[in-house]
Design a protein around this ligand. Structure first.
Ligand SMILES: [Zn+2]
Length: 358
């Protein structure tokens, strides 16, 4: 399964899919899976997997989108100003290659311009460039040239330009957008497994759009599906980056699936979390627990659907999220696939009836 997963992750992470422009990623999902498809009107998409029972209805959701930019304006000299689509620390943006998706000229490569260190003042070297000051250089010499020769228009989406690689001799992969193409790849893999229809529930396997813009697609998808229960799959930020304190680490690469207790968007269902932890233990799958003071996932908006939905987040730790080069351990990914599959097998009517709080 690992080779297949690597192939799928390569396709998904190299696709263009910033928030609001998820078309390429959604097409890969749709074209790879058979079964009844449902879509909301913003760009979220789910395939239905019927099991032996109509209920409970389980929503298994990743998100299609990644962080990036949109063309905000074009200067008289032909440079591009950007607007953010999601959270990017401009510190990580300077000097990177990006791909601008035009309507009729395909992709245009650009460089996030940066002043050579030789010309910076001592004060400038200590500052982070505000996003408003970021400029993309596409090689055009005027606004007219940017528009006519390169096909640039305001509003076009911009993604990081980054190739998927596996680090030699390790189980680590590096790519842009592992948040959340890791989740999309997992949902696709589990949807294939559920095609045998042996589970005792109905599962909607898919992904939302615009998660990076405060979970917009999650709101509309939850209304569409009306789930009894939801499992949110996320490429969550790993906190084992160099310099972080060992004692505060709750999402380390290679240490297993992160089960979130709470974050800035939701308090996960306690009984569902316990069920997941029990299943993990029975199957020898490593997990790590986390309490986050801020941040959030689609679990927030989904949990507030209708009169409330029990939610849980299964997180695959990803180092350097929201940059051109994020990193994931394939063993965490494969463990998360296995855990998700086993949990779904357990979610029958009796198990779900017992989940409602308190
Ligand atoms: Zn995410």
């Amino acid at each position: 399964m690992e080779d297949q997963a690597i192939h799928l992750l390569r396709r998904l992470t190299e696709a263009h899919g910033v928030a609001g422009f998820e078309d390429e990623v959604r097409d890969i999902f749709r074209d790879s899976l058979s079964g009844t498809v449902i879509e909301d009107n913003l760009g979220s998409l789910f395939v239905r997997r019927d099991g032996g029972k109509d209920r409970p209805v389980v929503m298994l959701a990743a998100h299609f989108d990644e962080v990036g930019y949109a063309v905000q304006s074009i200067t008289a000299e032909g440079y591009v100003h950007v607007a953010l689509l999601g959270g990017i620390w401009s510190h990580t943006a300077l000097g990177q290659r990006v791909r601008i998706l035009t309507a009729d000229r395909g992709e245009v490569i650009g460089i996030v311009a940066s002043k050579p260190i030789h010309f910076t003042t001592e004060t400038e070297r200590k500052q982070v460039v505000p996003i408003e000051d970021l400029l993309i250089d596409i090689g055009a010499r005027s606004e007219a040239e940017a528009r006519e020769r390169f096909g640039l228009r305001i509003g076009q989406p911009i993604t990081f330009d980054s190739e998927f690689i596996q680090l030699e001799g390790t189980s680590l992969v590096v790519a842009k957008a592992l948040d959340n193409r890791a989740g999309v790849a997992l949902v696709m893999t589990v949807a294939e497994m559920l095609a045998d229809g042996r589970q005792h529930n109905t599962v909607f396997c898919g992904a939302t759009c615009q998660e990076e813009l405060r979970g917009r697609g999650a709101q509309t998808s939850a209304r569409l599906i009306q789930p009894d229960i939801a499992l949110v799959i996320e490429g969550i930020p790993a906190d084992d980056y160099k310099g972080s304190k060992q004692s505060i680490r709750q999402g380390e690469l290679g240490k297993g699936v992160q089960i979130r207790i709470m974050d800035g968007s939701a308090i996960m269902n306690r009984k569902l979390n316990q069920l997941i932890l029990d299943v993990a233990e029975e199957n020898g799958i490593p997990t790590q627990l986390s309490v986050r003071r801020s941040g959030g996932t689609d679990a927030g908006p989904i949990s507030l659907n209708d009169s409330g939905v029990p939610v849980a987040v299964l997180g695959i730790p990803v180092r350097y999220v929201h940059t051109a080069n994020s990193m994931m351990d394939m063993t965490d990914f494969l463990n998360a696939v296995k855990l998700t599959r086993e949990v779904i097998a357990r979610l029958d009517e009796t198990a779900c009836a017992g989940l409602v709080e308190p």
